[in-house]
Design a protein around this ligand. Structure first.
Ligand code: KE4
Length: 442
């Protein structure tokens, strides 16, 4: 791998002729040429390569360029791309039809595996995205508690449901204000967006809205502001405040689930939520989300209870088969997988940080397990305000230099990078070589 000329060459702009043509074609059909905004590279500039295929730790674009993948489809590809057992599971499921719209054994097969990983999930329901999981979980929390307000945190992202596209109002514990066009004030006002890692702000919110807050929804480890870790005692504090005030604690483990450990952040930090949302890895790369937790809460869902929730492709047989294959492998090989992810990610994250330090470039590295972020700032990053001190132009320059050297980082300073089991010593060396060149030309 290291002898591969493509990786020896100094960082020079890659040929993106076909990608550029495909981008123009895509823009004639899709706003920005994309089906999800971050893929348009607006935060880092330049043309996004169009991927033709991916295998293991690498992406291959339509112009024949190869890239070491550090976003892994935004999390699902923890076993690397085109992992054979997952591919075979999907292929054999597809031969039995791609969708039934009726119950099949695969749903309980995957549910059973999820429950083995997440003991707090006594009952769950599958949906088709993390957005659907979080949207459904907050509706359930409001229906179960009969309370209107929800608490979320700045820098945390829980998908694009209206009530969750909210930014903090003027005062910390006042009403939320829309974080996107198209979200009415009436929808946003019952969502309070508070600073992350700030327990007094949560206490104030409960004092300001006594008996009115249905749930606390939080990324237990933030990935959507870049990677930000909970301060010691923070998650435990949220747990006790939720219990004290009769609100539900919902851990959004769409990103951290099966990533940080088989049981996600709640296993690592020993905090038991009332509900958990899942996505990404649980579907092995196919569209799956899930929400689940306390049986007494989940049984408020239709058809048993008054909270409505539904989905044409929920529990899709191909997606269930992919998830079963993914989780079966993770469970069987967890003793090797998670130490490998830890060691490889540590080598990459700390290796590049050391090179930046030698080059005199301010860089703060936040990492836990196989998710990490290099923030181009000299500050510690413990909340979104501090993350926002990052030099996003410097990040964009680094992103472009690494892409030209065949290393594809997530195209935003405010995203987490991911490592897969397909990343090993050669991939670490490739990354360090690319960073060495990037910083030499800084
Ligand atoms: P989806 O609807 O995109 O499947 O999941 C929404 C979601 C919910 N909760 C967390 C913690 C998440 O990270 C996400 C989605 N993550 C982003 C990446 N930061 C998806 C990438 C994109 O929007 O294209």
């Amino acid at each position: 791998m290291a002898s591969d000329p493509i990786n020896k060459a100094p960082s020079t702009p890659r040929i993106l002729t076909r990608s550029r043509a495909l981008q123009q074609r895509a823009e004639s059909f899709l706003p920005g040429g994309v089906d999800s905004p971050v893929r348009a590279f607006r935060a880092v500039g330049g043309d996004p390569p169009f991927v033709e295929r991916a295998d293991g730790a690498f992406l291959y674009d339509v112009d024949g360029n190869r890239y070491l993948d550090f976003f892994g489809s935004w999390g699902p590809m923890i076993l690397g791309h085109a992992f054979p057992p997952v591919v075979q599971a999907i292929q054999s499921a597809a031969a039995r039809s791609t969708s039934f719209g009726a119950s099949h054994a695969g749903e309980a097969d995957l549910a059973e595996l999820v429950q083995r990983c997440f003991p707090s999930i006594e009952k769950l329901r599958f949906v088709s995205s993390g957005t659907e999981a979080c949207m459904s979980a907050i509706r359930l929390a409001r229906g179960f508690t009969n309370r209107p307000f929800i608490l979320k945190f700045e820098g945390c992202y829980h998908g694009h449901a209206d009530a969750l596209l909210v930014k903090s109002g003027s005062g910390v514990a006042t009403f939320g204000i829309p974080g996107s066009a198209g979200v009415p004030n009436e929808t946003a006002m019952h969502t309070l967006a508070l600073p992350y890692n700030d327990l007094p702000a949560v206490e104030l919110a409960f004092r300001t809205h006594p008996g009115q807050i249905a749930c606390i929804l939080v990324e237990p480890v933030v990935g959507n502001a870049g990677t930000i870790l909970p301060a010691p005692g923070y998650l435990e504090g949220l747990r006790s405040l939720a219990t004290e005030h009769g609100a539900l604690l919902i851990l959004d483990e769409v990103m951290t689930g099966f990533r940080l450990s088989l049981g996600g952040a709640q296993q690592l930090y020993g905090v038991r939520p009332d509900l958990t949302t899942l996505g990404k890895i649980v579907g092995g790369g196919l569209p799956v989300g899930a929400f689940g937790g306390r049986a007494d809460v989940m049984e408020h869902l239709a058809p048993l209870g008054p909270v409505y929730q539904a989905g044409t492709l929920s529990g899709n047989p191909l997606a269930m088969a992919a998830g079963v294959s993914m989780l079966t492998h993770l469970l069987a090989h967890q003793d090797v997988i998670y130490p490998h992810l830890e060691a490889t990610t540590k080598a990459v994250a700390e290796g590049v940080a050391a090179l930046a330090h030698t080059a005199g470039i301010p860089l703060t590295t936040n990492r836990i397990g196989s998710m990490f972020t290099w923030f181009f700032t000299g500050h510690a990053v413990t909340d979104f305000t501090e993350a926002a001190t990052s030099d996003t132009a410097a990040f964009a320059r680094f992103h472009r230099a690494m892409l030209d050297a065949g290393v594809w980082l997530p195209p935003s300073q405010f995203e987490a990078a991911f490592v897969s089991t397909a990343h090993g010593p050669d991939e670490v060396e490739l990354t360090l070589a690319a960073a060495r060149t990037a910083f030499a030309n800084w």
